[in-house]
Design a binder for this molecule. Structure first.
Ligand SMILES: Nc1ncnc2c1ncn2[C@@H]1O[C@H](COP(=O)(O)OP(=O)(O)OP(=O)(O)O)[C@@H](O)[C@H]1O
Length: 482
């Protein structure tokens, strides 16, 4: 069937959003919804997020990104220098969330694809929902990380607020899990996805942002198979004081000489362990003073301190990370009861702990990590004192070179994960490699330098000599001075 295009007419906005073309809606019917129950909205150290315009300027390292180029061109052509809804072409409906609908779209005369989150403010019945829209827009405008979406533009027109962000065509992890035998992923794939989510959470915490809605449904997958956390309406923002300290660290690990099972760049130790002590310089930026009383999140992922309503901080994300790991490995969550109330009772019960019904070589380290994350007292929970650093050092993640994580190969063997090869390279370039344009200009300069040299040697004798003496004379003078 031929795909019908939708253009935003200049005047009648309502018609633009009555798209009947619905493709796969990523949120499956079994997806768990987030709840927002407020015990007390006063946030002690957290600052209320205020409205701001969308990230308007291109950050330097992304200036060659095709999305930013498309935005720049559209702004140049726009009479007032801003992106408007009339500049966008809707391609299809991607899904509907708590606040609005999400569409796949592109800018007219450009092939760069975006996701457009459209929020009809007239349909938001409570102040809380309106403030969630502002929270999401504000958090998005702060982000600049490969595992988090970029906000290209915020468009406020009529009663609509629209957020133009990165499109993740590979669906979400929840849908991917449902395609696997036993609804769970092999250990290597879990290590890959969990490591990327951990790095994204680390970044959010370093910005003072507590995420509060980690679950596979909110982990979207980019075209190149890498993750992109989504949904920031439940976040809260707090102060964070980064620290950089040296610390003596006792490390249990496998002997480097032992054989390791490999899968791409990720490897799992299978044999003996030994202990060694290291001095490590550690950067930690955990918002340890973050405090909120709002009970928000998804039942099965709520931390006990969140359920009890006595106040919580960034530790709720590390608890949720433990549940997330458990779900990826075992296909279910550890405290799930027959009803939502029972689930909450299981979470706060001091006697109920996560049970592990699957055994195997690989699961021992995962089990240990999950147990350390699912500690009911947040003061004793892994990650709550120094943040992601402590979690990264757990043996479950042994062998991962964290600074290179963006360049690891996604687990292609996972059923239903379609990875576009060309974009993997293109995206990797976005992080560290020299961009094609810079490379071109470098080559051009090198070439013109060579050509100048060539014309000097091949040109008239006089010119050649003058260049030669000039060079020798200069270097002679400078040598003497040194
Ligand atoms: N950037 C994106 N790329 C691709 N699909 C997306 C993108 N953002 C959202 N979606 C899809 O659109 C649907 C609606 O997303 P949205 O973020 O509005 O709500 P949600 O994830 O259901 O969360 P909530 O209702 O809790 O806010 C989701 O099913 C999601 O998979």
């Amino acid at each position: 069937m031929e795909q019908e295009d939708f253009y935003f007419p200049d005047t009648d906005l309502d018609l633009s959003f009555t798209s009947t073309v619905t493709d796969r809606t990523f949120a499956s019917s079994s997806a768990r919804s987030s709840l927002t129950l407020s015990f007390n909205d006063r946030l002690s150290t957290s600052s209320a997020v205020t409205t701001s315009s969308a990230s308007s300027s291109t950050v330097n390292h992304r200036r060659h990104d095709p999305h930013w180029s498309a935005i720049k061109s559209a702004k140049l052509l726009s009479s007032d220098g801003n992106i408007h809804l009339r500049h966008l072409k809707l391609i299809r409906h991607l899904g509907t969330g708590n606040l609005g609908r999400v569409f796949l779209c592109n800018l007219r005369d450009s092939s760069a694809r975006f996701a457009l989150k459209v929020i009809d403010r007239n349909c938001l019945t409570t102040e809380k929902k309106l403030s969630q829209v502002e929270t999401e827009a504000e958090i998005l405008s702060l982000l600049d990380h490969p595992f988090l979406p970029t906000l290209y533009a915020r468009i406020d027109e009529s009663h609509y607020t629209c957020l133009l962000i990165d499109y993740a065509p590979n669906g979400d992890l929840h849908s991917l899990l449902r395609k696997q035998p036993g609804n769970c992923l092999p250990n290597q794939a879990v290590r890959f996805f969990a490591a990327e989510v951990l790095v994204a959470l680390e970044y959010l915490h370093a910005m003072g942002i507590v995420y509060r809605d980690l679950k596979p449904e909110n982990v979207l997958l980019r075209e190149d198979g890498h993750v992109m956390l989504s949904d920031f309406d439940l976040c809260f923002k707090s102060d964070v004081v980064p620290t950089f300290k040296s610390r003596r660290y006792r490390r249990t690990s496998s002997s480097p000489s032992l054989r390791r099972r490999r899968s791409g760049c990720f490897s799992v130790a299978t044999e003996e362990k030994y202990e060694r002590e290291e001095m490590v310089a550690e950067f930690a930026a955990e918002p340890v003073t973050a405090f909120s009383r709002s009970c928000v999140g998804t039942h099965e992922y709520l931390a006990p301190e969140l359920v009890s309503g006595n106040g919580h901080g960034s530790g709720v994300d590390w608890w949720a990370f433990g549940i997330f790991l458990y779900e990826l490995l075992y296909g279910t969550t550890p405290f799930k009861g027959e009803s939502k109330e029972q689930t909450l009772r299981n979470i706060v019960s001091t006697t109920k702990t996560a049970s592990f019904h699957v055994d195997g070589d690989d699961s021992e380290e995962a089990k240990d990590l999950i147990e350390k994350l699912l500690v009911k007292d947040p003061r004793k929970r892994l990650g709550c004192a120094r943040g992601a650093q402590d979690i990264k050092r757990h043996p479950f993640f042994d062998g991962i070179k964290w600074p290179l994580i963006r360049h690891y190969k996604p687990p292609e063997e996972v059923r239903g994960l379609v990875i576009k090869k060309s974009t993997t390279r293109a995206h990797a370039g976005h992080v560290t490699a020299v961009s094609p344009r810079r490379r071109k200009s470098f080559l051009w300069r090198a070439l013109s330098y060579l050509l100048r040299g060539k014309s000097s040697s091949g040109g008239s004798k006089n010119q050649s000599n003058s260049n030669y003496y000039h060079y020798v004379g200069k270097s002679y003078v400078s040598r003497k001075r040194v």
